[in-house]
Design a protein around this ligand. Structure first.
Ligand SMILES: *Cc1c(COP(=O)(O)O)cnc(C)c1O
Length: 238
């Protein structure tokens, strides 16, 4: 692996090629660096190299890195599983929450945003593989949830996010990405006046397939920052 800046450059090139193959403009695809378990210096390097945003998974880690000015110069997003009792620490501190995956969570985001006198931008997370281990709305419940979500005054829904099941073969997630894209188009047309801006899907191993299926926001960690230490022991992220 090269430096963080070199890795970002090569990921951007791959994004550009995937976008062109799909007949889309490279600059329309936003690159979110998934910076969990990487320190403030690594985040600053990514910001200096022109990353579009950094995404964090754990509230405590993010809070510490915010205090260290790790993200100065780039927006920070919350992309991990969010617990209701931690919403207060996230609302207003991030420009986008990717992981709004239940009505209870949306309600709490709305409540905390009102308290702070702001409107929080969110994506609705869809559990596209219907996995018990993952959070997010069931695909069949998503349309109704998206309709309800419009009623929260201090929450603005800007699109969808999904993490498909771990792929068993190359391109194994393409069909899930396509499903999410269809849900997104349907909801945007029927409920949001075509006003969905973002479709957040695709990680280091599959962001090109996600772009081919319609993603315009990819969350890339290890291809930028290198392998996280715990990946070798647990084989996944939390
Ligand atoms: C860690 C993480 C990513 C990035 O994963 P990589 O495989 O390292 O690119 C993307 N999205 C979420 C929600 C993550 O937790």
């Amino acid at each position: 692996m090269g430096s963080i800046a070199e890795n970002i450059r090569s990921v951007r090139e791959r994004i550009a090629r995937a976008a062109e193959r799909a007949g889309r403009r490279p600059e329309d695809i936003l690159l979110v660096g998934a910076s969990k378990m990487n320190d403030a210096a690594a985040c600053r390097e990514a910001v200096a190299a022109g990353i579009d945003a950094l995404g964090e998974n754990r509230v405590q880690e993010m809070t510490e890195k915010l205090a260290q000015h790790a993200y100065d110069g780039a927006p920070v997003h919350f992309i991990g599983h969010l617990q209701r009792n931690k919403v207060r620490q996230v609302v207003g501190n991030v420009s986008l929450i990717h992981s709004a995956g239940s009505l209870e969570l949306l309600e709490e985001i709305d409540r905390q945003a009102k308290k702070r006198g702001l409107v929080q931008d969110v994506l609705l997370e869809v559990n596209i593989g219907r996995e018990a281990s993952k959070s997010g709305f069931d695909p069949d419940a998503l349309f109704d949830a998206a309709a309800r979500a419009r009623e929260f005054e201090a929450v603005r829904v800007l699109g969808l996010m999904a993490i498909p099941p771990a792929a068993e073969e190359p391109h194994g997630n393409f069909r899930y990405f396509e499903k999410v894209c269809r849900l997104s188009v349907d909801i945007a047309e029927n409920l949001y006046d075509n006003g969905f801006e973002y479709l957040s899907m695709g990680m280091s191993d599959d962001f090109e397939d996600a772009i081919a299926a319609g993603a315009n926001m990819v969350r890339v960690g290890s291809a930028i920052f290198g392998h996280r230490p715990y990946q070798t022991t647990t084989g996944g992220f939390t």
